[in-house]
Each structure stands twice: as structure tokens, then as C-alpha cells.
Design a protein around this ligand. Structure first.
Ligand SMILES: [Fe+2]
Length: 349
């Protein structure tokens, strides 16, 4: 409140304070300019005529401020030119002295109304943005929970697969652990390491579609029976692919029976055309299968299994993956003690 008459200035300040506003008074123009620069004010009520200038000059000086402050001008006499200039500069109201105090409060309320609307709108926008963030988080949580439940169901199915075959009860869990460790040994990104573990756990899930009589047959499989077995990577992929974010996992399980020489199944891909995670699964799956008892043979010794991985590196297996596999903490001591292992043959690609 800028007015050189102390009585008027104090009356307005007190009235505003009583009405709940934070208000302060000033008598001269130069005082006000410094205070306006130093703090945020929502409104200036100024006398038109001040000892060191005009309220309209103050208004003009404030027009180039980043946030324009609304002005209410009060005047003891009507100077038409100054009034027009004030209105042109965007003054919100002009009060002629003497004015009714109630009228002053109405004018103040009106002058502040646009800012209040803006603040309410800004608060609403902030609230809306917060609600949107919360909503997005809820949806993401729900999707993650849904996925977790679905993966839990798949893991249970993987266990069910293992449970169908008394010889391979820990197979999925073992392949998952070995695939994770091999991916880490190859310094793959953390996401790929997690996918390797998941793919290891789910790689044979498509065997649900293979009749038990074929899956557990102790003797040699007929061509027709082997054809049924060979469908399981595609079935594993079919089960996983509809899940959001499971593309890499589905591609890995689809490729776990490919061979780097291109004679594997289902696609007969060769070398690096086989997804790396599929090449990792292939080594880990073969190791676990070889070193556990099967209906058609007893478990091979670690020495023999290492020799097979070594010998088939470059034909069945990716040599770089085999080398990484041999460095695993669970395998390295066996490899060090092995009499048949120098190191695998050169790269496959
Ligand atoms: Fe398999």
C-alpha cells in the first residue's frame, strides 16, 4: 500500500490485515521500487500522486517485470490523462477518495481473482500430474504383479515338467543357475543375465505338450517320437511370447537345441545367428543332462562331460560360451582336474 498520507496508508493496511491479507505500507515511490524488487507481492495499491512521482510511473516500471503485479490506483482527484494512462498500462481498478472501505475490499478481491484462478489451476494441474503419476505407478505395479504371478505359474509349470521325470527333478533350476552364471562370466548386461536365468528355468516348458510316454521312454525313440520331442522349443516359445517383455526369453528357449554348425533344431540356425542366450542354454542344458541319470543311461562322469563339451565346441556348442562355462566357479575345479581338457577349439563364427 503506497500512500503519503499516513492515516490513509495505515487505514488501508489495517483493513487488509483484518481481512486476512498480509499487507505492508510505504510512503514514497523509491521505497516501493526497492521492496518490489526484493520480494513477491500479489498486488500494489498506490496513490496516484506521491511526493517523489506518480503511482502510474510505478505501474509503468512494473510492466516489464517477469510477473506483472496487478495495480489498484487511488486518487484524491480525477486527472483524466493519468487515469487513461493507468488503464492503458493495465491497472485493475481506480478508486476515488474518499472511498468506502468495503468497496476497497471488493476491488482487492476482484484484482486478485485472476491470480487466484491461476493458482487454483496450477494446483489442480500439479494434483492432476501427481494423480497421473500415481495411476501410472499403480498400472505398472499391477502389470509387474501380474507378470510376477504369471512367471510364478510358469515356474510352477517348469517344476511340474521336472517332476514328470524323476531323473531330471532339478534340471530347470540347475540350467537356470548355470545359464545365469555363464551370462555373468561373459560380462553380459544385468538384464541379459536375468533373462538367461529365466530362460534356463523355462527352456523345457514346451515339454508339457509332449506325451509322458514319449518323454519318459527308457528305450530308443522312434523317428515319430523324436519328432514330437523336437516340437518342445517351439512350444516353449509359444507359451512365453504373449507375455510382455519376454521376447528375448522366448527367443532363447526357442534356440536352445540349435547347434553352431547349423544341424540343430527347430530352425537349423548356425553360429551367431543363434541368439547368444540360446547358445548359453545349449551348453548348460547339455552339461546338466549329461551329468544326471537319464532313463536310457547313467550319468556321465564330469571328466567325460567336460570332454564332450570341449570336443563339440565349434560343432554343437559356441566355443566362447564353452570357455566361459569352464571358468564358472562350480566347473573350473573340475576342468582343472580334468585330464582331457586343454581348451576348446577356436571361435565358431
Ligand atoms: Fe530342451
Amino acid at each position: 500500500v503506497v500512500d503519503d498520507e499516513p492515516l490513509v496508508c495505515n487505514l488501508i493496511v489495517d483493513t487488509l490485515r483484518n481481512a486476512g491479507f498480509a499487507a505492508e505500507g510505504a510512503r514514497k515511490l523509491h521505497e516501493v521500487q526497492a521492496r518490489l524488487a526484493a520480494a513477491d507481492f500479489d498486488l500494489v495499491i498506490t496513490d496516484l500522486k506521491l511526493p517523489d512521482g506518480s503511482g502510474v510511473d510505478l505501474l509503468a516500471a512494473c510492466q516489464d517485470r517477469a510477473s506483472r503485479i496487478p495495480f489498484v490506483l487511488i486518487s484524491g482527484f480525477a486527472d483524466t490523462d493519468e487515469v487513461i494512462r493507468a488503464l492503458n498500462l493495465g491497472a485493475r481498478a481506480l478508486l476515488e477518495k474518499p472511498f468506502d472501505i468495503q468497496r476497497l475490499l471488493e476491488v482487492v478481491e476482484q484484482a486478485l481473482a485472476p491470480q487466484r484462478c491461476e493458482r487454483v489451476e496450477a494446483a489442480f494441474r500439479r494434483h492432476q500430474a501427481a494423480m497421473n503419476r500415481e495411476l501410472r505407478q499403480c498400472v505398472a505395479d499391477a502389470v509387474a504383479e501380474n507378470q510376477r504371478l504369471f512367471l510364478g505359474s510358469l515356474a510352477a509349470l517348469a517344476k511340474a515338467i521336472d517332476a514328470r521325470d524323476p531323473y531330471t527333478q532339478q534340471h530347470s533350476a540347475s540350467v537356470a543357475r548355470l545359464a545365469r552364471d555363464t551370462a555373468a562370466q561373459l560380462a553380459l548386461p544385468e538384464d541379459d543375465i536375468q533373462v538367461a536365468e529365466m530362460a534356463g528355468s523355462l527352456h523345457d516348458i514346451g515339454k508339457l505338450a509332449v506325451p509322458e510316454g514319449v518323454l519318459l521312454k527308457p528305450g530308443r525313440l522312434t523317428d515319430a517320437e523324436f519328432a514330437q520331442i523336437k516340437l518342445h522349443p517351439a512350444k516353449s516359445r509359444e507359451i512365453l511370447l504373449p507375455l510382455p517383455g519376454m521376447e528375448a526369453c522366448a527367443a532363447a528357449v526357442y534356440a536352445h537345441h540349435e547347434r553352431v554348425d547349423g544341424t540343430g533344431y527347430p530352425q537349423g540356425l548356425a553360429g551367431e545367428r543363434i541368439p547368444l542366450l540360446g547358445r548359453i542354454l545349449s551348453v548348460c542344458d547339455a552339461w546338466d543332462a549329461m551329468t544326471t541319470h537319464r532313463p536310457y543311461r547313467r550319468a556321465l562322469s564330469a571328466d567325460r562331460a567336460l570332454a564332450i563339451l570341449h570336443g563339440d565346441a565349434g560343432t554343437q556348442f559356441d566355443p566362447a560360451v564353452v570357455q566361459a562355462f569352464f571358468r564358472l566357479s562350480s566347473i573350473a575345479p573340475l576342468a582343472a582336474a580334468s585330464s582331457v581338457l586343454p581348451c576348446p577349439r577356436g571361435p565358431s563364427s
